[in-house]
Design a protein around this ligand. Sequence first.
Ligand code: MN
Length: 719
Amino acid sequence: MPIIPVDMHPPVDLVEDLDHFLGQLSLYLKAEDVQQIASAYYFSADAHRGQFRSSGDPYISHPLAVAETLAHWRLDPQALVAALLHDVMEDTAITKEQIAQAYGRGVADLVDGVSKLDRLEHQSYEEAQAENFRKMLLAMAQDVRVILIKLADRQHNMRTLDAVRPEKRRRIARETLEIYAPIANRLGLNTLYRELQELAFRNLHPLRYKVLAKAVRSARGNRREGVGKVLDGIKRRLPECKIDAEVMGREKHLYGIYRKMREKHLSFSQVLDIYGFRIIVTDVPNCYLALGALHGLFKPVPGKFKDYIAIPKANGYQSLHTTLIGPYGMPVELQIRTSQMHHVAETGVASHWLYKDEQSLSELQRTTHQWLQSLLELQTAIVDSAEFLEHVKVDLFPGEVYVFTPKGKILSLPRGATAVDFAYAVHTDIGNRCIACKLNYENMPLRSELHNGDRVEIFTAPNAAPNPAWLGFVKTGKARAQIRHFLKTRQNNESAELGAHLLSQALHTLGHRLEELGSAAWQRFLKTFSGRSRDEVLTDIGLGKRLPAIVARRLLDGSASGGPVAQSAGAIRIAGSQGMAMQLARCCHPIPGDPIIGVIRAGQGLIVHTHDCRTLRSGKVGRGPGGTKEWVDVEWDPAASGPFDVKVRVVSQNTPGVLARLAATIAEHGTNIIDVSMDADDGVTTALYFTLQVTGRIHLARILRSLRRLPAVIRITRL
Ligand code: MN
């Protein structure tokens, strides 16, 4: 053991820190180990003499802080010595050989491992990140203590980040969020994981952090009464049931709140409505007893109970989770665990050194070891760092799925994301125009949920558009926002266009033309609608919220009136657009060639029916906003080519293969059959219902003629 030279002493202001540190060590280490660690401190202080942190503190304060964290995790003497020496190879003239001579090969290897992680240079940020990550995980697989030292190192650097210039601060914060925090999480170092996230968030988005912190403080004040009632209830009930427990409130982490708001599109109040308590008991049976007692106190939310004691998480975490409905309907999250589980939850894999001989931890060690082993295997199979990172991320970010584009690029999406989310993640245009997809070379519906490793291929069509039904299943914020945006813009555009047509018609009957109206007339008119623009008024008309005749008359108010002129206003041409502002009625399925009439329905725009539509005649539609029927003159655009849906009923003899023959005949005309159904047959005849896609009346007539020629067909009617 190296002798402590007499002239070596801690910088004056660190004497207390050192004493505190050594005191902590003596709680769990032998005196000779403590002495060796103290000597390593002097060795390191001497090597770093004259060096200072950005904060102005003597450099040795940093390795000391790192070693203190490891002592808090109760790590072994080798790791503590290595922590004190972790920067000497990088920043001083000391060599690995000198460390090996003074403190042994084991310590030298640890310091070398940590130093290697620091010595990385790369062109791009992404490249550097990927390579860093890989080194980190491989070092971890060799000896997890290297990573524990590195994590403690990062923790102290993050805590003292204020002294660093802003640009570097952001880079380090981002790296912490992307690499160090997930590793801490995977190793079960929960407290560290949260702290790293919190510090990174504060440095990456200082303003958001500030705003959120303030909001949390004031909200906490408002809810104090309800929370207090729950706490009192719990503290009273547990002793009544003879359960010895420690109850503590759980601090909500700002980063957690921030992430929840972003990912789940929740408002601040929705996120903050959730309060948490942690209940620490002595043993496992008491966990379940406490659970029962508290479910009797407040009603649990069904489906929220999770038993991580029976089924621990991959990182070894164990607890019972449940959510109760407190006073004022306030949800309260509870975590119930033993003190040992609590310790594991806080320090994860590091707790291995504390509970070395405990039975319950062997499972955690085994799974961690297995995971690290699999990383080593992966390492030999995959040479590219970026690719390696993508594979490992699957383990580190369990809330995400990783899928491949046809070109082999990897995209990460939240769990539960669908093919539509994928399409929007690739590009907004791909999302807006997607019509079908293949998952792993197989045709699947667009709503299909994606799984890790899926190969996703999206098919688009130039005129395709997002379907409002997609909003029911997409998971990503991007997809949701883009679909909404598209639908709203399209509806407004179409409605404004339709509105202009309708207004033009109305003006026509008054002997005026829309184009002739000067801007003066519009300005005068718009003044009475504070805040509405011309387009908005046209959109309103198109949506049936305003009557075109009234708008027309008010527009003409004050201008030289041409007087009513009985004159054809010119019909609106229908090209078959099944848009938002103009729809073909689903009751009568009009097709080009049919005489048609339009009806304006408030909030829905123009619906086109056939002249003889029964629904229309029954008078159930066609009431305008003023209670009057808003008929609109419409006609088919000669260029309208569909396809248009039409329904026909075919009564035929019930002979074998009749459906196949009908279908084949229909197909001969290049027609899609959208749907077929049939009535229960009476044994002799059978009625079949087809929904066909045709270009118009002529096309349909040809199909029907061919069908009538079939001997089995008795009667055909269009529905
Ligand atoms: Mn360091």
